[in-house]
Design a protein around this ligand. Structure first.
Ligand code: GLY
Ligand code: MN
Ligand code: MN
Length: 272
């Protein structure tokens, strides 16, 4: 029965979509407040505490997964749990957190500078991940294979790594073919989302309306002698939840901004 149930869970009906949109809105509001309250000297767990309080106050029953609040070097660790490290001026903060509402998961990641202002290197990397996400969103439409958004994101990221001289000069096809890009982007671009955060469902199924998946490209640059220091410890992931529609997809999680200027404006607003 497992395959039959998984197949039923893959396409969400109207009531499920409404619950998932509500879960996404609660999580997005939590991320907004987390961005506004971030400042140098805070510990990762203090940001996590705010998220948990906001999720529960808004009526969700729990988190969908352990919150990732990853500052500085931790932003390059994919599943770093919020710890007691204090974030510093000049570093990135990566938050991957989502609530669960009436059984349904949400899953959002935002990455931004602790100072509230992107450095040039941070902005270059962020702009690249955002462009990769836009390409993946564009590729998320009925009839597409599940791998198409990932392939679209990888192509943009690999080209950007070449443009930023993070990879030795080669063609973008060679960087993809050899897997050289995996040094800085080593995970998949999405997964099914539903009753579980990594939901059941056959990944060989083509996308069709009512399916819900995440779109979450990233870029993670660890310190290394062949990389300019300005790029060290920049870890970025941008993750939104998408429901496939008859024409493409709708993003459920854009209640929290992704554009650089919108993030900087939001962070400039003090949080009580
Ligand atoms: N929060 C886990 C994931 O993004 O897959
Ligand atoms: Mn995810
Ligand atoms: Mn996530």
């Amino acid at each position: 029965a497992g395959d039959l149930v998984a197949s039923l869970r893959l396409v969400k009906d109207e009531a499920e979509r409404q619950t998932m949109a509500q879960a996404a809105a609660i999580s997005a509001a939590g991320h907004v407040r987390a961005m506004q309250s971030t400042r140098p000297g805070l510990a990762e767990y203090e940001i996590e505490a705010g998220l948990l309080a906001d999720f529960r106050r808004a009526g969700s029953q729990s988190v969908a997964y352990a919150s990732i609040v990853a500052s500085g070097p931790h932003s390059c660790i994919l599943h770093h749990r919020a710890g007691d490290r204090r974030m510093q001026d000049g570093e990135m903060l990566l938050i991957d957190a989502g609530c669960e509402l009436d059984g349904y998961a949400s899953d959002i990641t935002r990455s931004f500078p602790v100072s509230g202002r992107f450095s040039q290197a941070q902005a270059d990397c962020y702009g690249l991940v955002l462009a990769a996400q836009e390409a993946a969103i564009e590729a998320t439409c009925p009839g597409a294979a599940f791998t198409e958004p990932h392939d679209a994101a990888v192509r943009v990221l690999a080209q950007g790594m070449l443009d930023l001289h993070l990879l030795p000069t080669q063609s973008v096809d060679a960087a993809i073919e050899s897997g050289a890009y995996k040094r800085f982007y080593m995970h998949r671009t999405g997964h099914w989302l539903g009753l579980d955060v990594h939901d059941v469902g056959d990944y060989r199924r083509r996308l069709s309306p009512g399916m819900v998946l995440t779109i979450e490209p990233g870029l993670y640059i660890q310190p290394a002698t062949d990389i300019p220091e300005a790029f060290w410890n920049i870890g970025i992931r941008i993750e939104d939840d998408a429901v496939v529609t008859p024409k493409g997809c709708d993003l459920l999680t854009r209640g929290v901004p992704v554009a650089i200027d919108a993030i900087e404006d939001l962070m400039a607003q003090a949080c009580s």
